[in-house]
Design a protein around this ligand. Structure first.
Ligand SMILES: Cc1cc2nc3c(=O)[nH]c(=O)nc-3n(C[C@H](O)[C@H](O)[C@H](O)COP(=O)(O)O)c2cc1C
Length: 171
């Protein structure tokens, strides 16, 4: 099995973390993987804040659905970008770009033995305020990054037949 496929298979949303620090080298590898992600027109409309400060993470929890594991994980990755004209397909490039980038980071984290969890349950304006993110930017997603204190079973998925059709749409 390739390393990428293994990371895809092994990744779980981790909602319990030890307080063990993330080694700088591992953190850099995670961030580097994100830097190499594809983006629309290679414009790289992506920004990330690596939140390590405990007090800041404590504040963020209050505006992130009281998901307490944000306080425990030693790092929180916050991904954001600048809304602009939609692409021809109708989607905003920054949401797609940031999502791909964070996905690359999450898979690399898995390979390095680190846990992550995509988070969308947060008050975007409050998170922006806490982190001094300019008002013209939009936060897309956050994820804790750290050593897992749980090892969940693989969660269920629809079958391929339910999500894929060939040549034309079919129910
Ligand atoms: C767009 C998106 C938003 C999510 N928001 C949250 C969230 O706010 N809190 C949370 O605990 N998990 C969140 N998740 C994680 C999902 O619940 C999780 O990916 C799903 O249940 C499948 O589990 P798995 O990641 O372990 O395979 C989110 C995932 C995605 C992709």
């Amino acid at each position: 099995m390739s390393a990428v496929v293994k990371a895809i298979q092994d990744r779980r949303s981790i909602r319990a973390y030890t307080t063990k620090k993330v080694e700088e080298e591992k953190l850099n590898q995670v961030l580097e993987a994100g830097r190499m992600a594809p983006t629309a027109n290679n414009l790289q409309n992506i920004r990330f804040i690596v939140v390590k400060d405990q007090e800041t993470r404590n504040k963020m929890v209050d505006f992130a659905g009281a998901q307490g594991f944000l306080k425990d994980a030693p790092v929180v990755l916050v991904g954001f970008g600048e809304p602009g004209d939609p692409m021809r397909c109708g989607e905003q490039a920054y949401t797609v770009d940031v999502s791909i980038t964070l996905s690359y980071m999450m898979l690399t984290a898995t390979e390095l033995g680190l846990g992550t969890c995509w988070l969308a349950n947060f008050d975007e304006s409050k998170i922006k305020e806490i982190l001094n993110i300019p008002s013209n930017m939009q936060v897309v997603a956050m994820s804790p990054l750290g050593y897992a204190a749980e090892s969940p079973e693989q969660r269920s998925r629809k079958s391929l037949e339910q999500i894929v059709s060939f040549d034309k749409y079919s129910d």
